[in-house]
Design a protein around this ligand. Structure first.
Ligand code: ADP
Ligand code: MG
Length: 700
């Protein structure tokens, strides 16, 4: 057995309990999985900065110096702790907004420290907020002057003992065991041509970088590898598919489509919606197999396009299905489709994880005998038991939430592959999607439905909170509903949860029962409870929804008119945009209020002002790309159709192009990868995409 397939259970530092958690929650089973779980970020503690020469951005820096002063000050009604650090005859403030009692106890005046934290610029003055600190004589240079990896670990797992330290130690132990077992995957001639470092060196340095140079080379090498094999697959599949796969022919646009269009449609379709439907109709009638991405900003009206697409399938005596990533979304789609299809005499059903057994059995029967025309549901739809009589169309909403394997299981539910329509609100530049998706066609809805009022976006600091609450109160009086969103990030989750709970408490005090009712939803709740709370809000039983970003995807509550985003400076631009899309879905003037701390860095200011200024998702994605500096390893690894391990779809456009051209060149010369030069390549390719032998897997 290849040692890389060994279970991590017996790896030093893991053991059976952690193993179970890592296996269940992170899908890490063996050495190979663990080694391929790359850090999302690094903490650079390789050098000490000079106060004369600080970077102008908000990066993390390390300093040495003497604490010369430490006092509590009052600022904007709250207490903060400021300690002055003297370093090379210059001074910088270290600032704590929270937990300062602990800090005061520890910090000793006139002692030398090593401090490390995020640099914050305010009005041209730098400071460090909540820095880590250690007495200089306790700092061991050889051991601590390093680049540290940071892994993505969900908070629930940290409390189960899966910490950064466990990751670091166990991966370190792993490398002792396997150094000679990491084989090269890329042929020699390519390694030389593109100046790549070996896989061995890249993998060990992606986890434990010796220096920045080797880290960058490792990242480049691993991105190259990921993209190269991906492009080989994409181009091979495209060629094979062209030869082998015939599509169902939907010639008729008949009874249901026309009747719906005439009698049921309660609004005029936008130009873009019409064009999308036309493109889809045409596509499904040609005899080619449709594989189409319907891209449109939040609220642009993709659902109706999807539904009308399914009417075409039904008109041609086929069944259709619509799969959503969460139960709430599935129910929402089901309800709105049911409502708009009255008098059509269609059999539309809903199937989710909580569908009762008896009902489920009935649905199974009716799907099998063809009585159900359209089924809306969650992952449950891909279960083996679910058998269609003749599935002609599979629609997937917010598909980046599903894995490739899950999606392809849906295609396999018909003898001839059903047409596929995938919906996404993540805007990707067109040039990019061509190189990434190969033969996926794209329909874009850029124009919002008419009468949609532009969401008014404001930036407010904490000192204006009372006014903001008054405003919220007036909106509730008018019958509207409110979202209040709190940030939650890996590295400060404990604090974040505390903020969320503190916030919830003060909101509950300001908006007391019985006049106001408040829902709360966050990641620590069971999904059953989450759904319950969401549902209460969706049904208007509560007026305020306090939540972390779990509400980001797709929820449609047209009556919600305000989204208040707390500590908005801590969110990424695309996330803010997604969040803002939760409001402005009905007739009411809607508002997005970005709450931020009084001190904003230049970067944060730019980001938040972009939100105030622009509403177009494509434009915001553009700014996002420009603002994000090079070397930002985390980022849009996941977007649209594909989930990458290390590639950043927006940041790595150049490399996407390079690897694509290389893959085309290789496959032109050697379509089956049988040349001697490419034998190893062929073997690796097959092992990466093993089990994908039948034609079904060439779609996606
Ligand atoms: P998304 O593209 O984010 O999935 P939805 O399909 O949920 O957006 O549509 C958002 C709202 O806009 C829904 O309430 C829907 O009924 C409405 N809508 C869609 N198309 C139009 C239109 N052409 N005119 C008016 N309202 C529309
Ligand atoms: Mg939607």
């Amino acid at each position: 057995m290849n040692i890389l397939n060994s279970s991590i259970e017996f790896l030093k530092g893991i053991g059976p309990t952690r193993f179970r958690v890592m296996q269940d929650e992170l899908k890490i089973f063996n050495y190979n999985d663990l080694i391929n779980y790359f850090p999302i970020r690094y903490i650079d503690r390789t050098r000490f900065y000079n106060l004369n020469d600080l970077p102008r951005s908000t990066s993390e820096i390390q300093l040495t110096g003497k604490i010369i002063n430490c006092s509590i000050k009052k600022q904007f009604k709250r207490k903060i702790l400021i300690a002055e650090l003297e370093s090379n005859n210059q001074k910088i403030n270290l600032v704590w907004f929270r937990g300062y009692k602990w800090v005061i106890d520890k910090l000793k005046i006139n002692e030398k420290y090593v401090v490390f934290g995020k640099l914050n610029w305010f009005k041209n003055t730098p400071s460090l907020v909540h820095p880590e600190f250690v007495l200089q004589h306790l700092f061991i240079k050889e051991k601590q002057l390093k680049i540290y990896p940071l892994y993505s670990i969900p908070e629930e797992l940290v409390s189960k003992g899966i910490t950064q330290k466990v990751f670091r130690n166990s991966i370190e132990n792993l490398f002792f065991k396997i150094t000679n077992n990491l084989v090269e995957t890329i042929p020699d001639y390519i390694i030389r041509k593109y100046n790549l470092i070996s896989r061995n060196i890249a993998l060990s340095n992606i986890h434990f970088p010796k220096n920045h140079d080797i880290l960058n080379k490792s990242i480049y090498r691993l991105k190259f590898e990921e993209l190269f094999f991906f492009q080989i697959k994409l181009i091979r599949n495209k060629r094979i598919k062209k030869d082998k796969i015939k599509g169902l022919v939907f010639k008729k646009v008949g009874y249901y489509f026309n009747k719906f269009y005439k009698n049921n449609l309660s609004f005029d379709l936008t130009k873009d919606q019409k064009r999308a439907i036309k493109e889809i109709r045409y596509d499904m009638a040609t005899g080619k197999h449709m594989n189409r991405l319907l891209q449109g900003d939040v609220g642009s009206g993709k659902t109706i396009v999807a539904f009308m697409t399914s009417l075409i399938a039904i008109d041609n005596n086929f069944q259709a299905c619509l799969m959503a990533p969460t139960e709430i979304l599935a129910i929402q789609h089901y309800k709105s489709i049911k409502k708009s299809s009255q008098n059509l005499n269609l059999n539309i059903s809903l199937l989710t994880g909580s569908t009762k057994k008896k009902e489920r059995e009935e649905i199974n029967i009716e799907l099998k005998n063809g009585n159900i025309n359209l089924i809306v549901g969650t992952h449950t739809l891909i279960e083996e038991k679910i058998i269609f009589k003749n599935l002609g169309l599979a629609i997937i909403d917010e598909q980046h939430r599903f894995g490739v394997a899950q999606r392809s299981r849906l295609w396999k539910k018909n003898l001839i592959p059903p047409h596929i329509l995938i919906m996404s609100a993540t805007p990707i530049p067109r040039t990019l999607s061509m190189t990434l998706y190969g033969d996926v066609d794209i329909s874009s809805i850029k124009e919002l439905p008419p009468g949609r009022k532009k969401i008014k976006t404001y930036l407010r600091s904490d000192s204006k909170r009372l006014n903001v609450f008054k405003f919220i109160s007036s909106q509730i009086k008018k019958g509207r509903q409110i979202y209040i969103v709190y940030p939650l990030i890996e590295e400060s989750k404990k604090m974040d949860y505390k903020d969320l709970m503190d916030g919830f408490e003060s909101i509950s005090r300001y908006f007391p029962l019985p006049k106001f009712r408040i829902s709360i939803v966050h990641g620590r709740m069971k999904s059953k409870d989450k759904d319950y709370e969401m549902e209460r809000f969706v049904n208007g039983k509560t007026q305020i929804m306090v939540a972390t970003t779990v509400i980001e995807v797709g929820v449609n509550v047209p009556n919600a008119s305000v989204i208040l985003i707390e500590s908005a400076e801590r969110f990424g631009l695309s996330q803010l945009h997604q969040l803002r899309g939760r409001v402005g879905r009905g007739d009411h003037q809607s508002y997005c209020i970005l709450m931020s701390s009084n001190q904003l860095s230049d970067d944060s200011k730019k980001r938040l002002n972009t939100m105030v200024e622009y509403s177009d998702g494509f434009k915001i994605a553009d700014v996002d790309l420009k603002l994000r500096g090079p070397g930002d390893v985390s980022g849009t690894k996941q977007s649209g159709l594909i989930k990458f391990k290390i590639v950043d779809i927006l940041g790595d456009q150049e490399l996407i192009k390079t690897t694509r051209e290389l893959a085309i060149e290789i496959l032109n010369k050697d379509p089956e990868l049988l040349n001697k030069n490419n034998l190893n390549l062929n073997r690796v390719y097959k092992s990466i995409y093993k089990g994908e032998k039948n034609i079904w897997n060439y779609i996606s």
